[in-house]
Write a protein of this length. Structure first.
Length: 206
């Protein structure tokens, strides 16, 4: 995976070449990603679905993240990013079913890891139940949901924690139910402004 080839960009989003995934994160090149957030109306309430990243992941293991997301390879278009949904959570949908939320840049720097992503962000109004997700164990170890309004309150500083519910798949393949409160430190450390921008765009689409 570290040898995957990704397109790299300058700050103005102009492509300047191609580099391996390892070098992209070592030298801090801007690169493209695909993000898809699932939202589902349940009993009149909007619920946001989140993935729990696998403990096998090199980056941000065991943290909550976008429902489905990943890097766009050097030979891929944004439309090809829909494969991430099928690969990570086993839901087969077309690009045309997604609602575009725009392109959002963000940067996370940790010691020898620099993540500068140009995220192509989408929303999917889902009708899928937990039973319809099939998780790629190398990437995703669980799926949970939370009230979207509570998620928004968390990132706008109106709540210290939110309730999540769902399940995690253990190494032996057994599902363990999740029902707990989590704080911001349980999420992938995107910039707060990134989360706030995504939330505002989702509000505008629902």
């Amino acid at each position: 995976m570290e040898n995957e080839l990704l397109k790299i960009f300058d700050r103005g989003r102009n492509q300047i070449g191609i580099a391996t995934r390892e070098d992209v994160h070592r030298y801090g090149y801007w690169h493209e990603a695909f993000h898809c957030w699932f939202i589902r109306k349940e009993k009149g309430m909007d619920c946001l679905y989140l993935q729990l990243r696998s403990n096998l992941k090199k980056d941000y293991p065991n943290l909550l993240d976008v429902t489905a997301a990943g890097h766009l390879l050097a030979n891929e278009t944004v439309q090809d990013g829909v494969r991430e949904i099928k690969e990570e959570i086993g839901v087969d949908i077309s690009f045309q079913e997604l609602i575009p939320l725009g392109i959002i840049d963000y940067c996370v720097i940790r010691e020898d890891f620099i993540d500068k992503e140009i995220a192509n962000v989408f929303l999917y109004k889902s009708t899928k139940s937990f039973e319809e997700f099939t998780l790629q164990k190398e990437e995703v170890s669980g799926i949970v949901k939370t009230e979207f309004s509570h998620f928004a309150d968390l990132w706008f500083g109106k709540r210290e924690s939110i309730r999540i519910s769902g399940y995690k798949v253990k190494d032996d393949g057994k599902k363990v139910l999740i029902d707990e409160s989590v704080e911001k430190n349980k999420f992938v450390p995107h910039q707060i402004k990134f989360y706030q921008t995504v939330i505002e765009k989702i509000k505008g689409a629902i």
